[in-house]
Design a protein around this ligand. Sequence first.
Ligand code: ATR
Length: 280
Amino acid sequence: MNIKGSTNIVGLIGHPVEHSFSPPMHNAAFKALNMDWAYVAFDVNPLNLNSAINGARSLGIKGFNVTIPHKIEVMKYLDEIDEVAGLIGAVNTIDFKNMKGYNTDGIGAVKAIEEATSIKNRKVVVAGAGGASRAISFYIAKYGAESVTILNRNVEKAQSLADDISLIDEVKADSIKNIKGHVDDADILIDTTPVGMHPNVSDDAIISAEDMHEDLVVFDAVYNPNETSLIKEAIKANAKPVYGIKMLLYQGAESFRIWTGQNPPVDVMEDALKKTLNLE
Ligand code: ATR
């Protein structure tokens, strides 16, 4: 990488950040497009978040990705929040041009799923009602799903999220115990729970192959391992699997577009991501 006096800096703030896959993904994109940009990671203690944002602004940093534990807190220090990010109540991308916050996590999931099927007018089931579900479910509703049903062990939490999203669209909630009935009638299943995530790779998937149908698109937000127990079940059922890595890819691609105004080189970013995650 050729860092010069003119190099534009973007980066990640989180705590911790050392295992992030974003620096290699974005730096590969800048290199491929011959752009004078570089992406670095900053470990920011929560106590220093305000001064980190002010400092970055003074240093002329162009953009940040924001990860745990700063996604909610950082909104206080921004001038503007994208409408859906505001409804979600969390941002993962800051554009310093206008001190505006965005949430590209949900957009990332939508773009990943749209490699397999359009979301418009589809019946979607989302398992889990935590932070990831919140970011994804708002975007699923925004992209015109016919119905969204949120399933969770704690049904009250699912209902509360469904009520929030009802500002955009009508959303239902139910117990994850009833998943089979909902999936029978669904076009898309999205799993935002940590079931099957490393190191619990042999967890039973939230639903098995015999309860899936062939037209079902099955997206697992877990990317480690690449092929989760749920994705294995989807393959067994001859359904359409969408791997979690695609959400990482497209959330990064959307951040790249926001900061640079250029079309992201998605193939280059995907190769870099796979290399970082040891998938090649
Ligand atoms: P994230 O930010 O990744 O969404 P989170 O906010 O902690 O993480 O949310 C985790 C979600 O996964 C929750 O909806 C949780 O269900 P409860 O609210 O009922 O606890 C769900 N979850 C966690 N472990 C699960 C399991 N073993 N089976 C089913 N759902 C699970």
